[in-house]
Design a protein around this ligand. Structure first.
Ligand code: ATP
Ligand code: MG
Length: 428
């Protein structure tokens, strides 16, 4: 293959800027693959709606985004990086299958990552209708770049810059800039959960982990109102707004819980209070899950973190509901949870003091090994079923952007009406 000249006089290539989305985990899902790809595509369309990209399409194991305006490329890349299901995002160029255009784009890509000393070309040909194989492409484009950047060195192992040249479906994609994304699975590919969302540090992280595994999250916040102010509700809303760009939190229900805690505190043994509050919370969350067709509940508990989070207490709490109670942080240390909350942007909000139902009527020494039977006996002292009905009738909720949830909203509302479930009052 003859060496091509870098000094040839020609106009800039007819290339356009593109963003390539990589998603290896979806690739592992066998026959479900196309469903997952469609879900990711729809989520990206919603996430990028403010930039109106020209197109988002599937090409050979990637999603291809063509922005309307080149200046939007970096912001589009950022939005894609925080979309669950996206593993890596590459910004580059698309050009025709012509040697000159490939060379010119490869040169642009070579200098796209800032300072560097070493580089290599990594070509991939997914269509054999293109006559030049990937080895030859590596050599010829590599030779061209050596001439274009004579002070840089080719290095096959761990080079500073890798110029990827992918010949796919009649076009060529060239890029070197690849950034890691959040990974996981596209929201909407793993069902729905109801997550007990306080204004503390842990539960936003637990909710995020579920979104990242593809679940649509419905939050349930228990406020101390009317025994406390509504400060925790504002914090939870701020947390929800912070999680909104990940498009996995669909709705947050708020329960005014103070009155019920007060009544429990009046009639029950102090040491059981926290467990009894938690059992009532889970029962309400379970009813919300019924209304929302959710398949599991989620909490931000971590084993042994506080007195209420022992194995005995977890068992006693879980025994009052049929749904599985997922605890994505059960084996995670507080320091790791804090790091994750900082990355998410929720830590600062969660660190602000706010009196919520957790701080209300706290006993001096809560039970660390509460028994199911003693809790059931204590619950006979209050009208549990009436309370749950009352709470369900007084629910408030606010919606957040989650395409996987709101797409099916019409049919969900019809279902709710048919089932004659209590209508929640909208607060948004
Ligand atoms: P976080 O509430 O984030 O865990 P925390 O450690 O102060 O902070 P805990 O008392 O440990 O709260 O509560 C354990 C779990 O119970 C929480 O992670 C959350 O899932 C649930 N929970 C507690 N309080 C509330 C609340 N007021 N509203 C909703 N869920 C709550
Ligand atoms: Mg906690």
């Amino acid at each position: 293959m003859p060496r091509r000249s870098t000094t040839r006089n020609r106009t800039l290539p007819l290339s356009e800027r593109v963003c390539l989305i990589h998603y290896h985990e979806i690739g592992l899902k066998g026959r479900n693959r196309s469903t997952f790809e469609r879900r990711l595509l729809a989520n990206l369309e919603a996430a990028l709606s403010s930039w109106e990209p020209i197109s988002i399409t599937r090409i050979a194991g990637r999603l291809l985004i063509i922005p309307k305006n080149e200046e939007d490329l970096d912001r589009i890349c950022e939005a894609c990086r925080r979309t669950p299901g996206v593993v890596r995002v590459s910004c580059g160029w698309r050009c025709e299958r012509s040697e000159e255009e490939m060379d010119a784009c490869a040169k642009l890509a070579l200098f796209d990552c800032g300072d560097f000393e070493t580089f290599k070309v990594a070509a991939r040909r997914s269509n054999t209708d293109y006559p030049v194989d990937s080895m030859t492409l590596n050599q010829t484009i590599g030779a061209y770049l050596c001439e274009a950047a004579p002070d840089k060195k080719v290095q096959m192992k761990d080079p500073d810059v890798t110029v990827h040249v992918e010949v796919v479906q009649g076009s060529v994609y060239v890029y070197s800039r690849t950034e890691p994304a959040v990974g996981g699975l596209p929201v909407g590919s793993s069902g729905r959960v109801v997550s007990l969302l306080s204004s503390g540090i842990d539960s936003p992280v637990a909710s995020w982990r579920m979104m990242k595994r593809g679940a649509v999250v419905i939050g349930a916040h228990f406020s101390g109102r009317p025994e406390t102010s509504d400060a925790s509700e504002y914090l939870v809303d701020e947390i929800a707004e912070t999680l909104a760009p990940y498009a996995g939190l669909a709705r947050v229900y708020t329960v005014a819980f103070g009155t019920y805690q007060k009544r429990i505190a009046e009639v029950c043994p102090p040491k059981l209070r926290i467990i009894l509050y938690r059992r009532l919370m889970l029962r309400v969350a379970s009813r919300i899950a019924e209304v929302e067709h959710a398949q599991a509940l989620v909490t931000g508990e971590s084993l042994g973190q506080v007195a209420s989070q022992t194995l005995d207490n977890i068992r006693t709490v879980d025994s009052c509901v049929d749904l599985p109670v997922l605890r994505p942080l059960i084996g995670t240390d507080k320091t790791e949870i804090i790091e994750e909350a900082e990355d998410l942007g929720t830590f600062e909000i969660s660190s602000r003091p706010a009196e919520d139902c957790c701080t209300l009527f706290m006993p001096r020494s809560p039970a660390t090994h509460a028994r199911i039977r003693e809790c059931e006996a204590a619950e006979k002292d209050y009208p549990l079923k009436d309370w749950i009905d009352e709470i369900m009738g007084d629910l408030e909720y606010k919606d957040y952007p989650c395409p996987a949830y709101h797409e099916g909203e019409a049919s969900h509302t019809e279902h709710e009406a048919a089932e004659d479930k209590p209508a929640a009052e909208r607060t948004d």
